[in-house]
Design a binder for this molecule. Structure first.
Ligand SMILES: Nc1ncnc2c1ncn2[C@@H]1O[C@H](COP(=O)(O)OP(=O)(O)OP(=O)(O)O)[C@@H](O)[C@H]1O
Ligand SMILES: [Mg+2]
Length: 321
């Protein structure tokens, strides 16, 4: 496959334009979501209620021609509620599979930490294998199956925080901030008219830019991106440094290295470049690393944040030239 810059530019411009018809601002967030999708990984999404987390994933599904489903995780949600079950069909006199909501392409898993470990691991296994096993039969999921998971704030009573090993399976954590004043004004005005973001999406004004199948083509473009040896070392050194930092109890594992490298490569594509530069790595460091690192409690008490640790590490690791 040739690295076809014109084709990519065209597709990316169209994707951004169509998503932008619904989502106001949030350009970094959109790029991070595209990073997870283009690299065939999964993402955590964080943000206060009403910052358009659901709307973003629904809009991306429309623009990229992918199916969408949402699962609200609750304390009583069972693994079979997400995967499906065999139900006895009286007329046919046999068991038939009733597929669960996981049989989709883009899955918004809302508040995954409200379900107990058993249900969480059913989701995580499906994410890893892109397949689910129901009564000993394994069914494949869409090759583009992508999970966007939100978490209820951990302080909330009755939550089951995701273990570190499970958070590691998400390539990145997308943080959605509240809109700027200008953006919020724009939103407020649109809410009064007939072109509110929700209505725009519902009206069919948002065009599908690519098909589910073309995602494979875009992924092939990613493999054409050049990653020089110095960039690989840069990524490895940054992740290794997270294991040595005084304030860090749990540093990034090898999966973090892999994720940072792949995300940086996607960042090059999103910036219409055929080679990775240190800025791609810097841009992706926080989204890739933040959810994987655990602060030492004594540093946490002192008010150090993981974001600050990552910023320090980026200052310290020599930038390749
Ligand atoms: N940046 C934005 N662009 C467009 N619409 C927005 C934006 N921010 C907020 N909205 C509006 O906020 C509404 C709520 O969005 P949505 O339901 O997707 O939020 P959410 O983050 O999923 O909330 P919750 O955490 O409660 O599920 C949307 O219908 C939309 O009108
Ligand atoms: Mg929502």
């Amino acid at each position: 496959m040739q690295f076809d810059t014109d084709y990519l530019k065209d597709v990316l411009t169209q994707i951004r334009a169509e998503v932008g018809k619904v989502i106001i601002g949030q350009s970094h967030v959109i790029d991070q979501a595209l990073t997870a999708i283009f690299t065939n990984h999964h993402a955590l999404v964080e943000g206060v209620p009403g910052v358009a987390k659901t709307l973003l994933v629904r809009t991306l599904a429309r623009v990229l021609g992918c199916d969408f489903a949402r699962i609200q995780f609750t304390p009583d949600l069972m693994p079979a509620d997400i995967t499906g079950t065999n139900v006895f069909n009286l007329q046919r006199g046999e068991f038939v599979l009733v597929k669960g909501p996981i049989f989709t392409t883009f899955l918004l898993a809302d508040e995954i930490n409200r379900s107990p470990a058993k249900t969480q691991s059913a989701l995580l296994q499906a994410m890893q294998e892109r397949a689910v096993t129901i009564d000993r039969t394994t069914y494949p999921l869409s090759p583009n199956f992508t999970v966007f998971a939100t978490q209820n704030p951990v302080e909330y009573e009755g939550t089951y925080p995701l273990p570190e090993a499970q958070k590691d399976r998400f390539m990145l954590k997308i943080i959605m901030e509240c809109p700027s004043r200008e953006e919020e004004l724009d939103l407020a005005r649109r809410m009064l008219g007939t072109d509110s973001p929700e209505e725009t999406l519902a009206s069919g004004a948002v065009k599908q830019v690519i098909t589910d199948g073309l995602l494979t083509h875009l992924r092939a473009c990613l493999r054409e991106v050049t990653v020089q040896e110095q960039i690989i070392s840069y990524v490895v050194d940054i992740v290794r440094k997270t294991r040595q930092h005084n304030g860090i109890l749990v540093g990034g594992g090898p999966r973090a290295t892999q994720a940072l490298l792949l995300a940086s490569r996607a960042s090059a594509i999103l910036n219409m470049r055929s080679f990775v530069i240190p800025d791609d790595v810097k841009e992706m460091a926080r989204p890739v690393l933040e959810h994987r690192l655990v602060l030492r409690p004594e540093y946490e008490i002192e008010g150090l944040t993981i974001a600050e640790v990552i910023a320090q590490i980026l200052q310290e690791v020599p930038v390749p030239r």
